[in-house]
Design a protein around this ligand. Structure first.
Ligand code: SIN
Length: 516
């Protein structure tokens, strides 16, 4: 059987390794292999590996508390329990996590992050995602069982009799659309946060998998829940040309090791390890009060050697931008970071459409509820990537067109500067109106702007950028619609006109499906 995986981050590669035991597997990656959000993840991967002070039960409880009443308990159970085994397999494959001479952490130096009651974050300095991506990609390459199609941008599903029979994608190497037939497709396309002006997500994170799934008839859920990371680096004026790039993340682990948030007067204003939504809103309020674009993260309680050894990437990147973090406080501000919503799946990673599975950030398995616990996302990718592959095993189509076929030559309509302009309008509107603090007024105004652009862009996309901007627009509209529908505040979704949670009416999931 043929299994097609769209996406080469942690969920996609884990799925590929499992599926290649029993199927012919192809992976489509939008960029080059390794160019993913996984690679950029700093803080680490949460797992109750310390059996003395920690347990899967504690990890389960912390995940539910962060999720603000909307986690699916069965899915969380799977995450925390199978997660320990999946992390151990990763270590057996060669992933090098930082070690410590303590019995408690099973020999690992476990970090603390916001809303975790115990130290349970395995990390590789502040480049944990890179270490994991290298390990998984290295194993995939060494096994030579998986075909990788790089620089291949998926457009839509091939559908046959109501089920997925593969994917149509734009091959950027030959500049042609091609069909990639398969018995089952696993979407592992990552996040959506490029729809925001300020985001830690790579440029690829334009919601392609979520948009494709929606067009194919998949149910989407929890679309209103976008997590804003409290601390991304704010560039000084001389580095203004970096503004088009994603914000550089200053890992939550920095606060876990004692970093302090300070306002312009040098005062603390929020408990640094409170849940991310609480810290992000406190920073946002402080910035509004002080009419500035940042607050400060001070590492003055840590000694220089500790900072350089524990956070080499952050130290080096800040240094390149004129900041010595062993002395200078870091100017930081919140940025869109993670999407809790997405393609609704069961705990086997199955969607409502036969032949379509989803894992990782594009999926909504129910493990994060209304707010993700820090460092649970890499774990989710590992656990549900593996599960998606196992579930896909049972799929078989009567697909006759089993070979890759050239489909059509693309003829783009928009010029690059026009695409950039549309993207900027979407990103600015989303940041201002569907951001950290929302209201009926702000959300209605965003919907209006997006609907106007939708009229301009009502043609079939014919380039990678056209595919992206249309997907961004669709996902932005659905997120804004859901944020308008949910008339309460919960987890990462905060409405200034409904500032409290309302369990009676809203302790439930909203779902969205294309109307045909
Ligand atoms: C971080 O290093 O702060 C990010 C970790 C995460 O998003 O879970």
């Amino acid at each position: 059987m043929k299994i097609l995986i769209v996406g080469g981050g942690i969920a996609g590669l884990r799925a590929a390794l499992t599926a290649s035991r029993f199927a012919e597997v192809s992976v489509l990656t939008k960029g080059k292999i390794g160019e993913t959000a996984t690679e950029k993840a700093q803080g680490g991967i949460a797992a109750a590996i310390d059996q003395i002070k920690d347990s899967t039960e504690y990890h389960f409880e912390d995940t539910l508390v962060a999720g603000a009443g909307l986690c699916d308990e069965r899915a969380v159970r799977v995450l925390v329990e199978e997660g320990v085994d999946r992390v151990r397999e990763l270590i057996e494959m060669g992933a090098q996590f930082d070690r410590a001479e303590t019995e408690a952490g099973g020999g690992f130096a476990l970090a603390l992050e916001g809303a975790h009651k115990h130290r349970r974050i395995l990390h590789a300095g502040d480049s944990t995602g890179l270490e994991i991506e290298k390990t998984l990609a290295g194993r995939v390459m060494a096994e030579k069982k998986v075909k990788i199609f790089q620089q291949t941008v998926s457009l839509d599903f091939l559908m046959e009799n109501g089920r997925a029979a593969g994917v149509i994608a734009l091959d950027l190497n030959s500049d042609t659309f091609k069909t990639f037939p398969a018995d089952a497709v696993i979407l592992a396309t990552g996040g959506v946060c490029q729809i925001y002006l300020y985001t830690t997500n790579p440029l690829f994170a334009t919601g392609d998998g979520v948009a494709m799934a929606y067009r194919a008839g998949c149910v989407l859920t929890d679309m209103e829940f976008v997590q804003f990371h409290p601390t991304s680096l704010v560039h000084s004026k001389e580095f203004e040309d970096l503004i088009a790039l994603p914000q550089f993340l200053i890992s939550e682990a920095v606060r876990g090791e004692g970093g302090r948030l300070l306002n312009q007067k040098g005062e603390r204003f929020v408990p640094e390890l409170a849940p991310r939504d609480v810290v992000s809103r406190a920073i946002f309020d402080e910035m509004r009060k002080e009419k500035t674009d940042h607050v400060f993260l001070s590492l003055s309680s840590l000694d220089a050697e500790q900072i350089i050894n524990r956070f080499p990437l952050i130290y080096k990147t800040c240094r390149e931008r004129g900041l010595d973090i062993t002395r200078d406080p870091i100017p930081v501000a919140p940025a869109a970071h993670y999407f809790m919503g997405g393609i609704k799946t069961d705990i086997e990673a199955k969607t409502n459409i036969p032949g379509i599975f989803a894992a990782g950030e594009c999926a909504s398995t129910g493990v994060h509820g209304a707010n993700r616990l820090a460092s649970n996302s890499l774990l989710e990718g590992l656990v549900f990537g593996h599960r998606a592959a196992l579930a896909a095993k049972s799929q078989k189509t009567n697909n006759n067109s089993q070979t890759i076929q050239k489909f059509k030559d693309p003829k783009p309509k928009l010029k690059p500067n026009e695409i950039q302009r549309y993207k900027l309008i979407i990103k600015t509107a989303m940041w201002n109106g569907t951001g950290i603090i929302r209201s009926k007024e702000s959300l209605t105004s965003v919907l209006h702007k997006l609907e106007m652009i939708e009229k301009d862009l009502s043609f079939d996309p014919n380039s990678a950028e056209e595919i992206e901007v249309k997907n961004m627009l669709l996902v932005a509209r659905l997120i804004t619609r859901a944020a308008l529908d949910r008339e309460e505040s919960r987890g990462a979704h905060y409405r200034s006109d409904f500032p409290l949670p309302d369990d009676l009416n809203w302790k439930r999931h909203l779902v969205y499906k294309v109307s045909r």
